[in-house]
Design a protein around this ligand. Structure first.
Ligand code: IMP
Ligand code: MG
Length: 173
């Protein structure tokens, strides 16, 4: 297994997170937010992001896993649901990476059933080439090419989440 050199360094990530947090602060001035983290991948991004947002907010967590089938549909299982009431609240769903789009699409539909006042999606990375379903991303950190990346919360087999930077991961053969 080989971890390549950083695709995004600690400094680049921190600058981008600050930029996203500033945009969110401006967009929600005078409002309250419920920030929803998709575990586990988004945990590091989420904790950095919320500490830079300057509007009152609550945090909550959801956890799900996806199994992409060959017919381009996905089976998504929800392991942990929201604890907060989000009816009539402004909600931002935070994810590490948009890949097929199936997870975000599923969670978006799931949260919309609770009738929030608004629902936006924030992702650190966007692997557009891999999209199977259309999903509107309101805040995007970095678009990336079709490579498997690890670090800053992103994993391979639940490993490498603790790297402070993001790197391309290749299985040695
Ligand atoms: P989806 O295909 O958009 O539903 O993404 C499902 C999940 O796959 C994401 O939440 C990530 O946890 C994971 N994932 C997708 N691409 C990568 C990657 O390059 N590295 C690590 N995890 C990834
Ligand atoms: Mg993951």
């Amino acid at each position: 297994m080989v971890i390549g050199k950083p695709l995004f360094t600690v400094e680049q990530i921190q600058r981008k997170v600050q930029e996203l947090a500033d945009r969110i602060t401006r967009d929600y001035e005078g409002k309250e937010l419920v920030m929803v983290c998709i575990l586990k991948g988004a945990f590091m991004f989420f904790s950095d992001l919320v500490r830079h947002i300057r509007v009152p907010l609550k945090v909550d967590f959801v956890s799900c896993s996806s199994y992409v089938r060959s017919d381009s549909s996905g089976d998504i299982k929800l392991h942990h649901d929201l604890r907060e009431q989000i009816r009539d609240k402004h909600v931002i769903l935070v994810e590490d990476i948009a890949d097929s789009g199936l997870t975000l699409n599923f969670l978006r539909e799931h949260l919309l059933q609770r009738e929030p006042a608004s629902l936006k999606i924030c992702v650190l990375l966007d692997k557009r080439e891999r999209r199977l379903v259309d999903v509107n991303l309101d805040y995007v950190g970095f678009p990336i090419p079709n490579e498997f990346v690890v670090g800053y919360g992103l994993d391979y087999s639940n490993m490498f989440r603790n790297l402070p930077y993001i790197a391309v991961f290749k299985k040695s053969t």
